[in-house]
Write a protein that binds this ligand. Structure first.
Ligand SMILES: Cc1ncc(COP(=O)(O)O)c(C=O)c1O
Length: 397
């Protein structure tokens, strides 16, 4: 008990211990230190400098004008679920409307998926370096998260499959895996997916696959899509795939996503949606239909631009002394090692203050990311050039 300013005895106001001990995002820590400073070039967040394409914004305006302002079904409006079922079926094989649920973006889908299958004391495994949300979300639910690190070597980041399989012990409840990966750009091979799926089937381990960057893939020719667990899993087994409108249609601020899951889970998921958000905004869902049904040409063109930006930034960084960089196969980040960046958080704060350059510290993505920094290249090449100029100037002082 403590005494309040107004003089009465009360229990101290504090979040429960699990929440209090969550790691705050170090990406945010750097950004918060830099937002508001004049002339900062921000490459710290995972979003493009371009607005959502006009045909999608127009669809939302029309939906608003038409009165799409009410609650919808918990699982999403049927025309959007149907459009998504067609989209997923075309990419990954037959997927029914009952296997698709609309969410309030990818991060909400990750939380809902974890809420569906993980509880206090459950063991979860996550492959890192990784966008911190996938590691922290199961912890909110009381699960214990063990991380398995990718290895960094002459060919960039690679997975030691045996190390991952050894960590997926029979008492493991779920695997959180993200490919194409934020921050490294690592893409899981089909062979590794098959081995992991077979192993998880044997032990009844759930797979929550975060595939929000599946379209941002440069490994094969134009229009290629990263290998997905949906290509090899049946729709009624313990696999939940999370996806988002944020990346492939530049809709970060709209908060719209979806997940593909066994139909046997959708009724229970509906309850969780009700108690989390009730539904995604209705006019946003209407715009989502147009994005999915009419956005293919846009997405392909976007990926072409991102591929060029990736190549541009990698070539420019490769000749900066002290930089060790590999071209990533997917996503929208270059995650490079920087000589002398043994405290990447301190370095990124210094870069913001002194060079007005906004990057994300590698340690934000796990201990093995220390010594690296992440640069989102989803922007105009001239901005990338100016960023590299600032980095060179800073390192050359
Ligand atoms: C790996 C990964 N998963 C999920 C998300 C969630 O994106 P959103 O909540 O905008 O759909 C992000 C966003 O950066 C991400 O990097």
């Amino acid at each position: 008990m403590s005494t309040s300013p107004s003089g009465f005895a009360c229990a101290p106001a504090a979040a429960r211990a699990t929440v209090h001990h969550l790691r705050a995002s170090r990406i945010r820590e750097v950004a918060n230190a830099g937002i508001g400073l004049p002339d900062v070039l921000p490459f710290w967040f995972g979003e493009s400098d371009q607005v959502t394409p006009a045909f999608i914004r127009d669809a939302a305006s029309r939906a608003l004008a038409g009165g799409a302002t009410f609650y919808t079904h918990n699982l999403g409006i049927a025309p959007l679920r149907s459009a998504l079922a067609d989209y997923v079926s075309a990419l990954h094989g037959a997927t029914a409307l009952d296997n698709v649920v609309v969410t309030s973006a990818g991060v909400n889908a990750l939380m809902l998926a974890a809420q569906l299958v993980a509880g206090p004391g459950d063991r979860a495994v996550a492959v890192t370096p990784l966008w911190p949300n996938l590691v922290e979300i199961p912890k909110i639910l009381g699960a214990e998260v063990e991380t398995v690190s990718l290895d960094y070597g002459a060919h960039g980041w690679t997975l030691d499959l045996d190390k991952l399989l050894a960590a997926l012990t029979p008492d493991t409840r779920l695997l959180m895996i993200n490919s194409p990966n934020n921050p490294t750009g690592w893409v899981m091979s089909r062979a590794d997916q098959q081995a992991v799926l077979a192993h998880c089937r044997r032990h009844g381990i759930w797979i929550i696959a975060d595939e929000v960057y599946e379209r941002l893939y440069y490994g094969k020719g134009d229009g290629a899509i990263a290998p997905s667990f949906l290509d090899i899993a049946s729709r009624d087994e313990r696999v939940i795939c999370v996806n988002s409108f944020s990346k492939a249609w530049l809709m970060t601020g709209w908060r719209l996503g979806w997940m593909v899951l066994p139909a046997a889970l959708t009724d229970d998921l509906g309850k969780l949606v009700e108690y989390n958000t009730s539904c995604a905004p209705s006019f946003v869902q209407e715009a989502g239909i147009v994005a999915v049904r009419e956005g293919e040409a846009f997405t392909r063109e976007l990926v072409g631009r991102l591929r060029a930006a990736r190549d541009h930034l990698v070539s420019a960084l490769a000749v900066v002394p002290g930089v060790d960089v590999h071209a990533p196969e997917g996503a929208m980040y270059v995650f490079f090692r920087l000589a002398g960046a043994s405290d990447s958080l301190a370095l990124c704060k210094q870069l913001v203050r002194e060079a007005r350059l906004g990057l994300a510290p590698g340690s934000a993505f796990g201990d093995e990311g220390e010594g690296f920094v992440r640069w989102c290249y989803a922007c105009d090449p001239a901005r990338l050039d100016e960023g590299v100029r600032r980095l060179r100037g800073f390192l050359g002082r």
